[in-house]
Design a protein around this ligand. Structure first.
Ligand code: HEM
Ligand code: HEM
Length: 176
């Protein structure tokens, strides 16, 4: 029996659920950041509360996702050329790094300034030192990080579309 025959053919239920839950969460958090809450009938203040509450939830979900990824056996690479498989691995890693940077700069700009993070009506004070220069830096990099995350997500969805629709290889089955 080869090694690849022993690997699962798709991601675990935990990774599949977290993938789509976080994709929707990131989209809504991003829309709230760029356009405020008018489209949800929310005031400006409530939109920012929701943005930060969702952003904080995404940070927690990301920790679980990384945990599941480390602890569970992952499916082998989707078959392709060596370059395609390397690009896919690097792309997934970049998505993880950018998701982490998005939540870290968001949380950092508040917590490192000594401010609470609103979380659905509760105010969370993280046990972090107050370093105003770092908080300023986090605020400065939050938007550029989000722009890079958007670019990677678009490339990622395009790659999935290329495999699924153009080449008719069922890649979506691995994550649905
Ligand atoms: C916020 C948006 C998204 C992010 C951050 C994201 C991130 C990821 C990551 C990191 C993986 C690797 C599996 C893992 O370890 O979790 C993955 C797998 C996958 N994603 Fe996404 N994804 C997003 C949206 C989408 C969309 C919109 C599609 C397609 C329409 C899609 C299709 C897939 C597919 C097909 C796989 C499996 C790839 C493979 O088996 O090699 N994703 N995604
Ligand atoms: C994946 C998660 C996140 C995404 C996609 C996201 C997205 C965005 C976007 C698009 C903006 C608007 C940028 C601009 O036009 O200036 C923004 C601003 C902001 N975000 Fe996030 N964010 C995330 C996580 C967080 C977290 C976890 C927090 C804090 C707990 C946070 C706090 C803020 C604050 C306070 C601003 C306003 C910054 C300013 O006034 O310059 N974000 N975010």
């Amino acid at each position: 029996m080869t090694l690849s025959a022993e690997l699962p053919s798709r991601y675990s239920a935990a990774i599949r659920i977290l993938h789509w839950l976080m994709a929707v969460g990131i989209l809504v958090t991003m829309l709230l950041g760029f356009y405020g809450g008018d489209w949800l009938g929310l005031s400006r203040k409530s939109a920012w509360m929701l943005h930060q509450s969702l952003g904080f939830s995404l940070a927690v979900l990301l920790l679980f996702r990384i945990g599941f990824r480390k602890l569970q056996v992952q499916p082998g690479s989707f078959p392709g050329t060596a370059i395609e498989m390397t690009l896919a691995r690097m792309g997934h890693l970049a998505l993880y790094v950018l998701m982490a940077a998005a939540v870290a700069t968001g949380i950092g700009m508040k917590a490192l300034a000594g401010k609470a993070i609103p979380f659905f009506g509760v105010h969370i004070f993280l046990p972090l030192p107050v370093i105003p220069e770092l908080a300023k830096m986090a605020r400065h990099y939050h938007e550029p990080v989000i722009m890079m995350l958007i670019a990677m997500i678009l490339l990622h969805a395009l790659a999935a579309f290329k495999h699924q629709v153009i080449e008719r290889s069922p890649i979506l089955k691995r994550i649905l």
